[in-house]
Design a binder for this molecule. Structure first.
Ligand code: BG6
Length: 520
């Protein structure tokens, strides 16, 4: 397929970003659950990336908090993580200096005496470094500890802003159904004002996700056709080749719908479908997201399908089935694949079907949004279909590749040169992020950590949004819990998921696009 490419030079890029950086004020970042994978793989590498580009304040300390008694080995371990997962050279001159910002505090999550000692330690660091009271608490523990930590922070008076800014970042999962999410929201808001709360969804930190808004609202040509008059249907896929990667106990309780659909995919959906906000301001953006989520009617259980992988071959490697994964029930009924059809009942989208699917151990890693446009009203060239080297006229398709091979492609029909008759062949205009802007080692947490330190909630979930999404999915989860699937596993690892998912689209006269990834 043909490709049209554009390129921004590194000089242009540095010009473009210059002067737009906002450096947060001095602060202490306290990470609860710091001995877990997230801190080492994502948070510390992201913080170091901010350090590299000069976006961390000079007076800035990181305090890792976990149960284990650790000393200096914590900073050394984080440093190793930055090199391993952050694409950073071990000899990077800034590493030494950055490592000095990292401290550790051992704490038993239920001990109020330990929180008192933590408060004293933070006050000490604050005084020593002249931080001025700004604190950001990051909850990266298992979710069952969230409420207890928040209560203890409240009880010690650590949630009150005092002289500086105080915020709390809460990792997913935020609840496991509507009732638990509501309860957690109440517990959080009993201690922290909503303006201090940053519920994180790391998808919103991805450049390609933020770019959906730029694509739609910074360009005049797409918005007029971004509606039911021109769009036939939308598919959103989050396909992973990975399995549960040792997270069996967590995943057993989660499943694909809770783990990825209810949060990440709904964020993608909102960016694709929301009305233009009046400004790129936190309240304005979040209001529009909530409005579009509210317009989604309950999804009939018949329009949701689930699957679980059996053994198979993924990227040339033989892999075990889900039930044979470490610490997974050998008769598990947990879904590793979820697919569904939903609608949006508003003026813009009424009648347009949206198909969402997320799965582990699928054929290819690809998170993609495909917007399929309607065929032209009269297909004057269609009589030539299948007569030549090129095939049927295909509808225009806009694909937004969230990851990997980040980019956007637009498929349209072109005349095949020199063909004796009007033979139409699909070609692509393909915008490739890396080719245009260079490769990036950012993992998405850079933007989110920076925004949380700056107090900007635009890219974080609001309590209403979380509850609306749980309200949508809780009935499906309940129905699934009540009726165990009859035939699990129902797809081989390394395929595109269960047949029932194909049938879901067949019923709607559509098919899943499985030629995901870069178009050229
Ligand atoms: C996490 C889920 O939130 O997102 C994981 O818990 C999933 O199961 C991951 O693998 C996907 O994130 P990404 O950024 O790799 O697409």
């Amino acid at each position: 397929m043909a490709t049209i490419q554009m390129r921004v030079s590194p000089e242009d890029l540095s010009q473009l970003t210059k002067g737009s950086e906002r450096i947060p004020e001095a602060a202490i970042l306290v990470i609860f659950g710091a001995s877990g994978d997230l801190t080492k793989r994502k948070l510390l590498p992201a913080l170091f990336h901010l350090e590299q580009v000069g976006l961390l304040p000079e007076r800035f300390s990181i305090v890792g908090v976990a149960r284990r008694k650790l000393g200096d080995e914590f900073a050394a371990d984080m440093r190793a993580g930055i090199v391993e997962f952050g694409g950073v050279d071990a000899g990077d001159a800034k590493l030494e200096c950055f490592a000095k910002r990292i401290g550790y505090f051992a704490l038993n999550f239920d001990s109020s005496a330990d929180y008192e000692a933590l408060k004293a330690e933070l006050d000490r660091i604050d005084k020593e470094k002249g931080i001025g009271g700004n604190r950001l608490f990051y909850l990266a523990t298992a979710p069952e500890y969230f409420a207890g930590i928040i209560q203890n922070l409240g009880a010690q008076g650590m949630a009150r802003p005092g002289q500086g800014r105080v915020g709390v970042v809460i990792e997913k999962p935020f609840g496991h159904d509507l009732a638990s999410a509501r309860q957690l929201n109440q517990e959080v808001n009993a201690v922290f004002d909503e303006s201090q709360v940053f519920r994180i969804d790391h998808y919103l930190g991805k450049e390609t996700v933020q770019n959906i808004l730029v694509f739609r609202f910074a360009n005049g040509i797409f918005e007029p056709i971004w509606n039911r008059n021109y769009i036939d249907h939308v598919q959103i896929t989050a396909a992973e080749t990975l399995g549960v990667e040792g997270r069996g106990p967590f995943y057993e309780k989660a499943g694909a719908l809770r783990d990825v659909v209810q949060n990440h995919m709904m964020e993608l959906l909102s960016f694709v479908t929301m009305e233009p906000p009046s400004s790129f301001d936190s309240d304005a953006v979040r209001r529009e997201k909530v409005k579009v989520w509210r317009a989604i009617p309950p999804v009939p259980v018949l329009n949701a399908v689930r699957g679980q992988y059996g053994p198979g071959i993924v990227e040339g490697q033989r892999v075990a089935g889900y039930r044979d994964e470490e610490r997974v029930n050998p008769e598990s009924g947990t879904e590793t694949y979820a697919g569904l059809r939903l609608g949006i009942e508003n003026w813009r989208w009424a009648g347009v079907p949206f198909f969402l699917r997320a799965g582990k151990r699928l054929k290819k890693r690809a998170t993609e949004i495909s917007i399929q446009f309607k065929q032209p009203p009269l297909l004057i060239f269609n009589r030539l279909a299948n007569q030549g080297a090129c095939h049927e006229i295909q509808p225009n398709l806009l694909t937004i590749r969230i990851q990997p091979d980040e980019g956007i492609a637009l498929r349209f029909g072109a005349k095949v040169p020199t063909a004796p008759e009007m033979t139409v062949c699909p070609v692509n205009m393909d915008f490739d992020y890396a080719a245009a802007f260079g490769e990036s080692s950012a993992n998405g947490y850079e933007r989110l950590l920076l925004d949380a330190m700056l107090g900007d909630q635009t890219l974080f979930s609001h309590r209403d949004g979380v509850e609306i999404n749980w309200a949508l999915y809780t009935p499906i989860l309940e129905a699934w819990a009540e009726k165990q699937p009859e035939v699990f596993p129902n797809y081989f690892a390394g395929t595109w998921g269960p047949e029932c998912s194909d049938h879901l689209l067949e019923k709607a006269g559509r098919v899943w696009r499985n030629d995901l990834g870069k178009r050229s």
